[in-house]
Design a protein around this ligand. Sequence first.
Ligand SMILES: NC(=O)c1ccc[n+]([C@@H]2O[C@H](COP(=O)([O-])OP(=O)(O)OC[C@H]3O[C@@H](n4cnc5c(N)ncnc54)[C@H](O)[C@@H]3O)[C@@H](O)[C@H]2O)c1
Length: 350
Amino acid sequence: MTPPSNLAYVPFISVENMMRLVHSIGVETVLKELTDAIEHDFARWPLFDKTPRVGSHSDVGVIELMPTSDGELYGFKYVNGHPTNTKQGLQTVTAFGLLAQVSSGYPVLLSEMTVLTALRTAATSAMATRHLAPKGSKVMAIIGNGAQSEFQALALKAVVGIEEVRLYDIDPTATAKCARNLAKTGLKVVSCRSSQEAMEGVQVVTTCTADKQYATILSDNMIGEGVHINAIGGDCPGKTELHRDILLRSEIFVEYPPQTRIEGEIQQMAKDHPVTELWQVINGEKPGRRSAKQITLFDGVGFAIEDFSALKYVYDRALKTGHFQQLDMIADPDDPRDLFGMLQRAAEPA
Ligand SMILES: NC(=O)c1ccc[n+]([C@@H]2O[C@H](COP(=O)([O-])OP(=O)(O)OC[C@H]3O[C@@H](n4cnc5c(N)ncnc54)[C@H](O)[C@@H]3O)[C@@H](O)[C@H]2O)c1
């Protein structure tokens, strides 16, 4: 059979190549560079196509498509969220994504995004924390010590200078796993028996618990003056992590209000509850933290532009380092209108 031409091939980053790529650069360097890449795209926010992601909900979870474009490249991510999956040995979140040229519509990259989503979610928290947390923050809590947790800790270490992480999870084996994974990273790790204990003396907290209901991971009495909160686990209709009273005391920062009002912590509030869009803080159009005593809340649900930035980042790095394969993915007829003729290349001889 005639081999496909170069037009057929799309660079593909498998899970194995993603792992090799991340280690060839260094996990913390990747997290820092991704934070800068996402921030670069947030700074040019108005020129992106924006739409709330398209979710297909069931009793046990959600499957979502997250598209966007900057006019040159188009990207989308397929991602699921199934909080009870771990009970069957499956992950809560898995993902893959694609980048394509707007000019021709031809894909330029297909990539695994389960690992990449954890990296980009952590980088987005780091970006928000860099702009909103009190200066010189050194101690953070992580409530929910599952798949996202180590990435959150390392991103805040690399980008904001966090030195101590206080862990809590309803499942002590998750905390033990997280503590073990962070043991040789240079972070001081403290395993706690309650959220209350985890919150002692922190300037920053990330909540990344998985549930499919309105939960109260943090109550109002646990949040002292000046704390910055990254609430990233509440990312679906009917799924939140913070008591409403915390929201009433906080200055709230979001990615894309039309999506966050459906999916974020603010689904608990009135439709016009005031929020600030994070890209405007990054651009200097709106203030971030205004006083040392203020409570700031990044109500992060995950937005398509973060995945677009992450795909563009790994596309560039994979092409430079060779950590990709070529996938025969696009049919390439000799005559672009003779697709049927191309099919005959594989016909069995009569
Ligand atoms: N905002 C975003 O961009 C973004 C990105 C990725 C994942 N997420 C969300 O973050 C959450 C965590 O994802 P993951 O991949 O780490 O899930 P995971 O299932 O691997 O881990 C979740 C952990 O939360 C713990 N937990 C559940 N209820 C708790 C409670 N009441 N108190 C303390 N711990 C509790 C579980 O025991 C588990 O260890 C999910 O809801 C996921 O949808 C958000």
